[in-house]
Design a protein around this ligand. Structure first.
Ligand SMILES: [Mg+2]
Length: 388
């Protein structure tokens, strides 16, 4: 193994192993960061020691809890799989999927998010202007009870869901990049976008899927372009690309591809803010800055999308082959620890595959079989193409 690394060779990792690594890694990072999400660094060190939290915290039966980040990632996966199934069956949605993925194209993902909303004890609006307008109660109920995830009792748990996601989905309105309903760039879009990188036919399709699924709730360009960039990176890593090269290509993608996912109001390149955040993460990594919380906090706190992505990338670049060290660096800071842990886990997990993640990291994770099943499903269904 050391020999392969020494001469720059990467051992073969199957797409399935990378897909499971991506989603399971994200879930572990999410669960690791959850207890410290709302603690600043001083308080984390006071409670967990100077190196911060280093192991999953378990509930009395011995399970580690995921949070809204992984819950929504799972519903993203369910929605994308439904989208792919509709594309394959060539029903009326297929034209929308093959052409510009507009309202009709992303609708299965929006419906999946509405089911996630139901698990949080709320429900989408169904009146005029919503996607359910004129559908009748039976039709709406059918949509909101379809799929498997809504019937998994363990997913019906509120784990500090983000307000932007709750509020946007409660409107029942279909938001798109060119028809935003808010100006939020919270990290609630990017934290759930990894599945697009697994099922997308190519990195650019993954980018577009990531942008459009995040824009269902987040209207600020950085809120959804960061999601497109994460999906782009996951797609590259699924293809066996090197992590640093992937990061550098992601900067270019943020600037070049973002123009196709434009915002109607904000002038200039909508991907610039995300591109700069990524550049900062790469520069810090290349400069030899210490892989510590002090450096992480120079990037930001991660409550907003481009910072969450950049912190996660920095931690991944610091420890590309050491999953535990990467997610520990990603969660031990004063910001949004579970989201940066989740995104970092997605990146490193896709890079090294599930076989590269120590079994001890995943053993106590709740919903493991469901997460694995979704990851394999996404990998098997790969091929969703999205045009500009
Ligand atoms: Mg969370």
């Amino acid at each position: 193994m050391w020999f392969a690394r020494e001469i720059g060779m990467t051992p073969y990792i199957s797409r399935g192993a990378r897909a499971v690594g991506c989603l399971m890694g994200g879930a572990v990072g999410d669960a690791l960061g959850a207890p410290v999400e709302f603690l600043d660094l001083a308080e984390i060190c006071r409670q967990y020691g100077s190196r911060g939290i280093r192991a999953l915290e378990l509930d009395p039966p011995g399970l580690a809890h995921i949070t809204d980040d992984t819950q929504m990632t799972m519903f993203t996966a369910e929605g994308l799989l439904e989208m792919r199934a509709r594309e394959r069956s060539r029903d009326q949605s297929s034209a929308a999927v093959y052409g510009r993925v507009d309202q009709a194209g992303m609708r299965p993902v929006l419906e999946a998010y509405h089911r996630w909303l139901m698990t949080q004890g709320s429900r989408p609006g169904t009146g005029p202007g919503t996607v359910y307008a004129g559908m009748g109660e039976a039709g709406v109920s059918e949509v909101l009870s379809t799929g498997e995830l809504i019937h998994v009792p363990r997913l019906h748990a509120r784990r500090s869901p983000g307000n932007t996601c709750l509020n946007s989905l409660e409107t029942g309105i279909h938001m798109t990049p060119d028809r935003p309903q808010n100006n939020s760039k919270g990290c609630g879009g990017v934290m759930r976008a990894a599945p697009a990188g697994i099922i997308g036919a190519d990195p650019v399709s993954a980018f577009r899927l990531g942008c459009r699924l995040a824009a269902l709730t987040h209207g600020h360009p950085s809120g959804y372009i960061a999601a497109g960039v994460l999906a782009f990176m996951i797609s590259q890593l699924m293809d066996g690309e090197d992590l640093l090269r992937t990061a550098e290509q992601a900067v270019t993608a943020a600037r070049e591809q973002a123009c196709c996912e434009g915002h109607p109001i904000i002038p200039g390149n909508p991907g610039e803010e995300t591109a700069r955040a990524l550049e900062q993460a790469i520069e810090l990594s290349e400069s030899g800055a210490s892989a510590t919380a002090v450096t992480v906090e120079r990037i930001g706190a991660g409550w907003v999308a481009e910072e969450a992505l950049a912190i996660s990338l920095f931690a991944a670049l610091a420890f590309p082959q050491d999953f535990s060290a990467a997610v520990q660096l990603a969660v031990n800071h004063s910001g949004d620890s579970d989201s940066t842990g989740s995104i970092c886990g997605n990146i490193v997990g896709a890079f090294i595959g599930i076989t590269g993640i120590p079994e001890s990291c995943c053993r106590e994770l709740e919903l493991r079989p469901e997460i694995r099943r979704l990851a394999i499903g996404l990998s098997d269904a790969r091929g969703l193409t999205v045009k500009a």
